[in-house]
Design a protein around this ligand. Structure first.
Ligand SMILES: Cc1cc2nc3c(=O)[nH]c(=O)nc-3n(C[C@H](O)[C@H](O)[C@H](O)COP(=O)(O)OP(=O)(O)OC[C@H]3O[C@@H](n4cnc5c(N)ncnc54)[C@H](O)[C@@H]3O)c2cc1C
Length: 390
């Protein structure tokens, strides 16, 4: 067993690093901070264009679908380096929706959807949750009824993040009302420009916008139902497994920890170097350890995928560990920064551009996304440890 990158992995890491060093400019980072999730600005669009041209959105995709056919470990290295540089994040369309279509879509659906996703021409919002269906997703009520060659959709989604900028919605709908609740759901691609869709904004603590979305007699072509009718619940679980794997990356943590260490090294407080204060030294050493553990968990997941194993317990472990570490690093980091650490990113006096304050306010949301951490612990107990369901 070896713990270092193999020579070809190291070469790949250096190639990604050279690219981000040239293309992730301070202006691009400032634009990302300013826009939040209000759609791409011109610099982010240009950056994505460069990635599309290089085929770097489809790093792990098979070559027949326009990808590079690289391993999951290579993909992990890519995400780690992108996050560490502060580059725009990977889109769920690429990391969750597309792999699901590749696995369960018909040949015609793969032809129709995969290339436009890879080229960035279409962007999905994820529409699973409803006011009465979150963790218990199989309770969802939004209906789709076949009328000739079209599905007619009626109902409401909530927390439909990105629905205000997305071109399409990846929507879980009930198509078989008489079937048992887990077997009555299908996955439908709904273009957001269809008549009958109303999007209402919901603002979260960190300023990131999510949405309540209403569907009233929205008509969608019949062939927009992905895979098999009635199998949607299982496709959603598959898409969530893919989503969780990217949630477990530690590139952002590594970057913030590096910035925090640099702050400690250059700061003198009350006539004493901050790095000489015992509790600060202990806190930094502790964070260094935890970030490395998170990184090893992420790599373990990638390695398992490369062995042809679908990580379930390990995917949940990485998701829980890294999202909770985000909150911990933000909290400890803000204490180290002192009072000014609480200033928001738009305040010019905020140390580290207010990034730790931003992480502090976004971290609770990450514990919900991709299935709550309580549920991840249930998955680890049941599927990982073989403990009874109740
Ligand atoms: C900011 C934000 C963005 C989101 N974006 C999206 C999105 O883009 N698309 C989308 O579809 N959804 C999205 N979600 C929804 C998210 O996935 C749900 O919030 C999550 O699945 C939990 O559902 P719920 O909010 O209905 O809580 P509930 O399911 O009502 O759960 C409430 C609490 O009870 C706990 N709980 C529930 N059941 C159990 C159990 N059996 N055992 C132990 N504990 C349990 C949960 O862990 C949670 O802490 C988003 C949520 C937020 C807050």
């Amino acid at each position: 067993m070896r713990y270092a990158d193999a020579p070809e992995q190291e070469a790949w890491r250096q190639e990604v690093r050279r690219f981000v060093r040239r293309h992730v400019t301070p202006a691009l980072r400032a634009e990302l901070r300013a826009r939040g999730n209000e759609g791409e600005g011109p610099l982010a669009r240009a950056f994505h264009g460069q990635l599309f041209d290089k085929g770097w959105w489809g790093i792990g995709w098979p070559k027949e679908f326009g990808g590079l056919g690289k391993s999951a470990v290579d993909q992990y290295i890519f995400i780690e380096e992108m996050e560490a540089a502060g580059a725009p994040g990977m889109r769920l369309s690429i990391t969750s929706v597309a792999p699901t279509i590749r696995r369960v879509g018909t040949d015609a659906q793969k032809q129709r959807w995969l290339q436009p996703i890879l080229r960035g021409e279409i962007e999905f919002a994820i529409g699973y949750s409803e006011p009465d269906a979150g963790t218990d997703l199989a309770a969802l009520k939004t209906r789709a009824v076949l009328d000739g060659d079209e599905w007619v959709v009626n109902g409401q989604k909530i927390w439909n993040t990105g629905a205000h900028t997305a071109t399409h919605n990846w929507l879980a709908v009930r198509t078989e009302p008489d079937a048992p609740k887990h077997k009555g759901i299908s996955l439908l691609i709904v273009p957001m420009d269809r008549p009958g869709i109303t999007v209402q904004g919901l603002e979260t603590w960190s300023g990131i916008r999510t949405n309540a979305v209403f569907f009233e007699d929205v008509r969608v072509p019949r062939d927009h139902l992905i895979g098999e009718r009635g199998n949607g619940f299982y496709y959603v679980m598959m898409a969530l497994d893919f989503e969780r794997i990217t949630l477990g990356s530690t590139g952002l943590l590594r970057r913030l920890l590096e910035e925090l260490k640099a702050f400690v090294r250059r700061t003198v407080r009350d006539g004493r170097p901050l790095g000489a204060v015992p509790w600060v030294r202990r806190a930094l050493a502790d964070l260094e350890m935890r970030v490395e553990v998170g990184r090893q968990l992420g790599l373990l997941n990638a390695w398992l995928i490369d062995q042809g194993i679908v990580p379930t317990k390990e995917g949940s472990m990485a998701k829980v560990y890294v999202t909770e570490l985000n909150a911990h690093l933000a909290s400890v980091g803000m204490e180290i920064l002192g009072l000014a650490g609480q200033l928001a990113p738009d305040d010019p006096a905020a140390p580290l551009h207010g990034r730790l304050q931003w992480l502090y306010t976004t971290a609770p949301m990450q514990r919900f996304g991709g299935g709550t951490n309580e549920i991840q612990r249930c998955i680890i107990a049941q599927r990982g440890l073989g403990l009874p369901r109740k």
